[in-house]
Ligand binder design. Structure first.
Ligand code: ZN
Length: 111
């Protein structure tokens, strides 16, 4: 098959269980701004490393983000983007790092 170059679409290894775990880890709040969503709104799955940069839809690369952050961040590096925000919180950034570190260590179904 033509699985070439940076085109990694539909390479999702994120399970519903992992996503649920992710939401719990981040207290059901946006990983970037810490806002909690109102009823009816859902947190989106945001890629730490954008898909366009070769990032995977895997637990270690996905965090919950509110629609506003997801849109605003776009394909920007999450560190740069978070640090550029008025409401930047080192604690939240560390939490993202920790999530990624935890999930990277777990045996994933991918690879
Ligand atoms: Zn947000």
């Amino acid at each position: 098959m033509s699985r070439t170059l940076e085109q990694n679409k539909d390479q999702s290894t994120l399970t519903p269980q992992e996503w649920a775990q992710c939401l719990i880890y981040f207290d059901g709040a946006c990983a970037y701004c810490g806002c909690t969503t109102k009823k009816g709104q859902r947190l989106t799955k945001d890629h730490l490393k954008p898909l366009s940069e070769g990032g995977a839809t895997a637990a270690h690369n996905v965090v919950p983000a509110c629609g506003r952050c997801n849109q605003a961040k776009g394909a920007t590096d999450f560190r740069d983007w978070m640090m550029s925000q008025d409401n930047f919180s080192q604690e939240r950034l560390n939490r993202v790092y920790r999530w990624r570190a935890i999930m990277v260590q777990l045996p994933a179904q991918d690879k």
